[in-house]
Write a protein that binds this ligand. Structure first.
Ligand SMILES: N[C@@H](CCC(=O)N[C@@H](CS)C(=O)NCC(=O)O)C(=O)O
Length: 305
């Protein structure tokens, strides 16, 4: 059985970042599909209250946020440049901007009746209504503001011009081979060109050629998995050994870890490690036994819970 289980849904751009990275590495994976909005009953025993997608699972270890999922893929594939820690400050700054400001602008500018129709065709009217209600509510409570529908196309245009010039003399954004930055830039533009079927990127020849190269990686060998089978994988495994934790007065105590940007639902558990890039919470559920939920420190806050 493949090591990595990806919890995702088809239209999720951040899940597409991971799927494309799996395609590039050629690692095989199992995929559990979840609804495009909470409640996600099959995910809850594994990731608790975490409300975003994707989530990755390796045995009884659960990784929230692509900052940590890509770290695991870099480790499994032996390709350090697929993780933020394996790249220099310039790449890290590019990814930070692309994963938040540019991503939100891509989603805003891709929104169209055509996209909604495609989504409706792949789900149901009720799901579309629930989805829209959920995202309006999520936008209202977010601490980051997406560019308005009027301003978003300008933000995307500036991004496309930047990519076009980066790609003038090299096949990938930071050199001859892809790094994490390529996958960050891919998923927002994938949403515009592939998911929404918009031709906004058509005038950018280098970007289109690069997108074709990224698309050609595919998603790698993968197989569907049922939610309950993923629970069984966790139940039959023990969480992996943790590295030495930093000191923290909260070690061994109940805590919450919460995203600071949007979808700010606190994830609860017992703090079992504070590492340089992540917090690890132990959680118990009858369906899964003990799992360790890994959440990044960057972009999240820890509190006594
Ligand atoms: N920082 C997160 C962002 C993930 C994210 O925003 N995912 C979107 C889907 S692409 C999401 O969860 N939206 C709300 C939802 O699906 O409930 C990451 O890198 O994984």
């Amino acid at each position: 059985m493949p090591d990595l289980i990806l919890h995702h849904y088809a239209m999720s751009p951040f899940a597409e970042k991971v799927r494309a990275m799996m395609g590039y590495t050629g690692l095989s994976w199992s995929g559990v599909l979840h609804p495009p909005q909470p409640p996600r009953k099959k995910l809850m025993p594994l990731a608790g209250e975490y409300r975003k997608i994707p989530v990755a699972q390796i045995g009884a270890d659960v990784f929230c946020d692509t900052r940590l999922i890509t770290r695991e893929i870099a480790r499994l594939s032996g390709q350090p440049r697929l993780a933020l820690a394996g790249c220099d400050e310039e790449v890290r700054a590019f990814v930070a901007k692309t994963d938040l400001e540019i991503f939100l602008a891509c989603v805003m500018s891709a929104g169209s009746p055509k996209l909604l129709f495609r989504f409706w065709r792949s789900t149901s009217t009720l799901t579309v209504i629930r989805f829209l209600r959920d995202r309006i509510q999520m936008g209202r409570t977010a601490t980051v503001r997406a560019a308005s529908p009027k301003r978003a196309p300008g933000v995307v245009k500036a991004h496309l011009e930047d990519l076009e010039s980066r790609l003038a003399n090299q096949p990938f954004l930071f050199g001859d081979t892809p790094c994490i930055a390529d996958f960050s830039a891919w998923h927002g533009l994938w949403f515009i060109r592939e998911a929404a079927g918009s031709n906004a990127i058509a005038p950018y020849a280098q970007v289109n050629a690069w997108m074709d190269r990224m698309k050609a990686f595919g998603h790698g060998p993968n197989q569907p998995m049922k939610g309950k089978a993923a629970w069984a994988v966790a139940r039959d495994a023990a969480p992996r050994e943790l590295p030495q934790s930093e000191d923290s007065p909260l070690l061994g105590k109940p805590v919450t870890v919460t995203p600071s940007d949007y979808g700010q639902v606190p994830v609860s558990g017992t703090l079992v490690a504070q590492l340089a890039d992540s917090w690890v919470l132990a959680r118990e559920h009858a369906a899964t036994g003990t799992v360790h939920v890994h959440l990044p420190r960057d972009g999240f806050t820890l509190a006594a819970g």
